[in-house]
Design a protein around this ligand. Structure first.
Ligand code: ADP
Ligand code: MG
Length: 237
């Protein structure tokens, strides 16, 4: 009922803009495959975090999403689980070319995303690979050659690989920009724009940011149409 949803928003200081299906309050309310349910159970998670409660129904319905939330709110699983479900549902899902692309500002953050998602990737037979600069290319190229479903990358090195035709982004249909404000602070905007140009326009796009300055808003309006916005806590819209 509406009052339960309103109470949830008030309690979690959550603001929604755009259309959003109602938040789910327990893991049982969401249609996750058994493989994913089992991992949630093994990890001992008791309930979804507020961002997951609202992001999962939005992303599973195929809608684009902007999430504005601080670190430690459980953003990684809020996009990784819908990404894995999306990826498993594609025909010829294991062709070796990525179906999911996650852009992150640094090597550390890319590896953190991979770590949080690891058990879920394993359970759904998705191979994830981290691509980042400041490290030799050959080991990363080798991993790409072996095949991957989920690519977690910093923009500079990924663009190098796109230009060298080491990686092919033609099959990416689920795109995530994590920590978008930090990527812009680091000067990655030109690389991000070039990468996104290579990705099918009929993709599903998700963007997360701790803050919501003009530059991030512009990126969101250029990359997404008809998206829902979730703002958590005191971040200003
Ligand atoms: P953020 O990206 O918002 O900073 P993360 O996605 O990295 O946060 O999540 C922080 C930690 O919380 C991770 O170690 C993750 O495994 C854990 N976590 C995520 N969702 C839940 C949950 N529903 N219950 C308990 N722990 C969770
Ligand atoms: Mg994060």
């Amino acid at each position: 009922p509406q009052h339960v949803t309103d109470q949830f928003y008030a309690l979690n200081e959550m603001t929604i803009r755009g259309f959003a299906p109602k938040p789910i309050l327990t893991f049982d309310e969401i249609q996750f495959p058994t493989s994913i349910r089992n991992v949630i159970h093994q990890l001992g998670y008791i309930r979804p975090t507020p961002i997951q409660s609202q992001a999962w129904p939005i992303l599973l319905s195929g809608q684009d999403l902007v999430g504005i939330a601080q670190t430690g709110s459980g953003k990684t699983l809020s996009f990784i689980l819908p990404a894995l479900i999306h990826s498993a549902g594609q025909t010829n899902a294991r062709s070796g070319d990525p179906l999911v692309l996650i852009l992150a500002p640094t090597r550390e953050l890319a590896q953190q995303i991979q770590g949080v998602g690891a058990d879920f990737c394993a359970a759904t037979n998705a191979r994830s690979t981290c691509i980042y600069g400041g490290a030799p290319k050959p080991p990363q190229k080798r991993e790409i050659r072996y095949g991957l479903e989920v690519c977690i990358a910093t923009p500079g090195r990924l663009l190098d690989f796109v230009r060298e035709k080491t990686i092919n982004l033609d099959r990416v249909t689920f795109l995530v920009l994590d920590e978008a404000d930090r990527m812009l602070d680091m000067g990655f905007e030109p690389q991000i724009r070039k990468i996104v140009k290579c990705i099918r326009p009929d993709r599903q796009t998700t963007m997360f940011s701790a803050t919501w300055p003009k530059e991030v808003q512009k990126l969101a309006s250029d990359f997404m149409t008809n998206c829902a916005h979730i703002t958590l806590g005191k971040a200003v819209l």
